[in-house]
Ligand binder design. Structure first.
Ligand SMILES: Cc1cc2nc3c(=O)[nH]c(=O)nc-3n(C[C@H](O)[C@H](O)[C@H](O)COP(=O)(O)OP(=O)(O)OC[C@H]3O[C@@H](n4cnc5c(N)ncnc54)[C@H](O)[C@@H]3O)c2cc1C
Length: 461
């Protein structure tokens, strides 16, 4: 131990790194963490948090419209993008300071610098050139936007990083991508008044989500005026007098004020010195780790998006916490990556957990599907043309609920609690035995009686 300057060196002060650093410190370790940009990482600085603030802002537009049917006279509302961004920036700065204070409180040494590996026990801090010897190293460097193939004019496209700092709200924006970040930004900009075109190379948005969810959200987004162009890909971006001319196949052109690419993210592994020390990557480009987040080098661990397992904040936090308990807390703690609930903060919102119908049919011998589409009560007086969608995927052999998929207001809040039930192994019979809360949207989850579909593997083959 005496050989080392610190017991743990953490590279990256994001969700996973900060949690690991403070837990390791609370277990008695001497910890140093390096951060090259801002403390808090993607989630706090340019991910979940600022995004959710923009989502809140965007949702007022429907609230103002809906209020009328409930007797309110709302003068034509106006919206100030600069004020929103300034307020959002103030909140992000407050959170960054809170994270920094937390690290100080836990006696974690913070160095504001890029750090790279020199050998299995040495980290070089680039701002000073200092070499720090550490017994254990944790790589928690997260991910970064991946802008896709090099096309003409790619330098004009922004990523989600820049979208949080636009000086004005674009009147027209083209967003390329079909993942949750593309979809969320499309909904934010559209609700704030931008004309939005979403371009996606595959057959439908939100690949990996349940097909019914994908179809339902697409319809809802189109109903809100978002133009969704699938099976196309941007092939050029030209700067013109007032904005950009975006080229699509077959000489189609779209004129916009901003072009945003949300075409995926890649793990931050470049230039870290991983090859030098022998840390192996998986085919996806993420760092290969075992269930305890240990890499191919025995004293080097990796957590969060850099491992490209499930790229979500709570997962990075859990992995960081489990790593600290395992290595410094004398408690071997693997992370369970099954049944992770998640939300898409689109308009309307999505909340999902577990297997999609397609996955269930591939993995289970017998599958029962329950689903419902209905007009939410709030839409009756407001007159809004919108529908809620819910689906339960049930393991027909055991009765256990294997998947739950919701599209509707507050679906993210709902799915958190469905997650608890599913983690406990709830069956469809348990759902049925639970008394409904009336009148709510959620009561539909415990009142779906009729099977919409039933599959057995033999019949499906
Ligand atoms: C637009 C957007 C919206 C999102 N929305 C959600 C959401 O709603 N819910 C959700 O759960 N997840 C969301 N995510 C994903 C979430 O932000 C990430 O899963 C999470 O931040 C991963 O945490 P991490 O600790 O692995 O990495 P990060 O939080 O990315 O932290 C990594 C840190 O390492 C630093 N770093 C990198 N290399 C070095 C180096 N060599 N030296 C020093 N420092 C370095 C980086 O600057 C960064 O601060 C969103 C992401 C984006 C981009």
């Amino acid at each position: 131990m005496a050989d080392y300057d610190v017991d743990l060196f953490v590279i990256g002060a994001g969700s996973g790194g900060v949690r690991a650093a403070r837990m390791a410190s609370s277990h008695g370790a001497r910890v140093m963490v390096a951060e090259e940009y801002r403390v808090g990482g993607t989630c706090v600085i340019r991910g979940c948090v600022p995004k959710k603030l923009l989502v809140y802002a965007s949702r007022f537009s429907e609230d103002f419209e809906d209020a009328e049917g409930y007797g309110w006279t709302v003068p034509k509302p106006t919206f100030n993008w600069s004020m929103l961004i300034a307020n959002k920036d103030r909140e992000i700065a407050r959170l960054e300071a809170a994270y920094t204070t937390t690290l100080e409180r836990y006696k974690v040494q913070l160095v504001k610098s890029r750090a790279v590996l020199e050998d299995a026990h040495t980290v070089r801090v680039l701002s000073t050139g200092a070499r720090v010897r550490a017994e254990t190293i944790l790589i928690a460097t997260g991910g970064a936007p991946h802008m896709g193939a090099k096309i003409v004019g790619l330098e004009h496209a922004i990523s989600s990083n820049e979208a949080f700092h636009l000086t004005e709200l674009p009147k027209r924006i083209l967003i390329q991508g079909g993942g949750y970040i593309a979809v969320e930004f499309a909904c934010i900009f559209a609700a704030l008044g931008s004309k939005v075109t979403l371009v996606y190379r595959r057959e439908n948005i939100l690949r990996g989500f349940d097909d019914d969810v994908r179809a339902h959200l697409r319809e809802e987004m189109e109903r809100r005026g978002i133009k969704i162009v699938c099976q196309r890909i941007v092939d050029s971006i030209e700067k013109i007098d007032h904005g950009y001319c975006v080229g699509l196949p077959d000489h189609e052109m779209v004129m916009v004020d901003k072009v945003m690419f949300a075409t995926g993210r890649h793990p931050n592994v470049t230039g870290l010195g991983l090859e030098t020390v022998g840390v192996k990557l998986r085919e996806s480009g993420g760092i290969a780790v075992d269930e305890f987040s240990r890499t191919s080098v025995k004293n080097i661990y990796a957590v969060g998006d850099v491992t490209d397992r499930i790229n979500l904040t709570p997962v990075a936090i859990r992995e960081g916490h489990a790593f600290a308990d395992t290595v410094f807390g004398n408690r071997s703690t693997p992370v369970d990556h099954t049944n992770v609930p998640t939300a898409v903060f689109s308009q309307p919102e999505i909340g999902v957990i577990g297997l999609t119908e397609t996955q269930a049919r591939e993995q289970l011998d017998k599958v029962d599907i329950y689903k419902t589409i209905f007009r939410p009560m709030k839409a009756t007086l407001s007159g809004r043309d919108t529908r809620v969608f819910m689906k339960l995927v049930v393991d027909g052999a055991t009765g256990r609920v294997a998947g739950c998929h919701i599209v509707g207001a507050d679906a993210g809040e709902l799915i958190q609690m469905v997650g608890v039930a599913m983690k406990m192994g709830a069956t469809k019979a348990d759902f049925d035995a639970t008394m409904a809360v009336h009148p709510t949207m959620a009561e539909e989850l415990v009142t779906m009686r009729e099977k919409a579909m039933s599959y057995t593997r033999a019949a499906a083959e």
